[in-house]
Each structure stands twice: as C-alpha cells, then as structure tokens.
Write a protein that binds this ligand. Structure first.
Ligand SMILES: [Zn+2]
Length: 73
C-alpha cells in the first residue's frame, strides 16, 4: 500500500463526507488496483481507529545502556 497527496479536486470517499480529499491510499496488493481518497478529517479518524488495534513496534532508544560504569569511584 502507498499513500500520496491528491493533486486534483477529488471528493472524499468517507461516508457522508462532503470535503475534498487530500490523500489517496493506493492498494496494489489485490488482483485489482484500488484506491481510497480521504480528507484530513477522515484520514485522522481512520488513523485513530487503526491505532486501537495496531500498536507500533518498540523503537530502540537512541543510546543504549552498555553497562558503562561511573569511573569516579
Ligand atoms: Zn472526508
């Protein structure tokens, strides 16, 4: 799947939404290509419901503790 900014005026595919789409989600994984056009509001709503079931992987801290001891003592 890919997401890209909409370059022309396309109506949002959100149910009952009358806004213009700002992003298109392209799906090329199935036999047929499909795309969904969403406005910022609907995209944020989709993101929030996905966030309820999908948890991002843990990100490793920038610096790891490597057992460095305080050498002053
Ligand atoms: Zn919308």
């Amino acid at each position: 799947m890919e997401i890209e900014k909409v370059r022309m005026n396309i109506k949002c595919d959100g149910s009952g939404c009358k806004n213009l789409a700002t992003y298109t989600i392209l799906n090329k994984k199935f036999v047929f290509d499909s795309s969904i056009h969403l406005c910022d509001t609907c995209l944020n709503e989709l993101y929030s419901i996905i966030g309820k079931i999908v948890v991002p992987k843990n990100i490793e801290p920038i610096y790891k503790s490597k057992g460095v001891k305080n050498e002053k003592n």
